[in-house]
Design a protein around this ligand. Sequence first.
Ligand code: GTP
Length: 237
Amino acid sequence: MARAGYKRVLLKLSGEALAGDQGFGINPTVIQDIARGIGAAHEAGVEMGIVIGGGNFVRGVAAATSGMDRASADYMGMLGTCINSLALQDALEKINVYTRVQSAIEMAEIAEPYIRRKAIRHLEKKRVVIFAAGTGNPYFTTDTAAALRAMEIDAEVIMKATKVDGVYDKDPKKHSDAVMFDELSYLEVLSRRLSVMDATAISLCMDNSLPILTFNMKDTANILRAVKGEKIGTLVR
Ligand code: GTP
């Protein structure tokens, strides 16, 4: 089925993507490249909300398995998303893309608090809104935060940026005959345990008929291709 272009999207970036090959923290070249990709889509007139993970600093689940209290680890991860959000805001504003950062955890000196109606107003005024601190709650992933914010701002799609071209029937790194899906249903993703987003996020999208487009962001020009409705990645709907 042909895909239409979008007017308002929620872009989900992984924290690890910002680290580049160094594997930790923020790689300036990578974040500038991502900012240019977002800037191109924004210039095309698409309203964009963005959720970034914090895995380049702390991964809640991993920290918990090494003995740390899960809730504390998750809060640390949320602070990681705030660092990433400020870094992306800086990179975007350097190329003259207006942004606002809204945080789910109050830190008034650093960012606006998350206020849904204000976020929508910012989008209408063509500002890119970066949602920091996940949902503000431990035990919820930033994928779930992305699903929640996408619904709240009435986005037409969640665009989940990944390191691979789309969703495959098996791991394409291990199996040369792995086949990429063009489209999938939510139930197929859940029943086959395909790694699109975690089950909470998928269920939330399914219950509210919010499509998820997973696509490769190694080439950041794919952000523009995706918002224009070009056939890239895998669409879950
Ligand atoms: P309009 O209402 O459309 O004018 O939006 P605006 O965001 O430009 O207005 P506002 O006066 O709310 O914000 C001006 C600047 O202050 C923007 O960069 C906001 O991101 C920032 N800002 C607003 N509220 C807060 C806050 O509670 N904390 C922090 N740190 N910054 C804020």
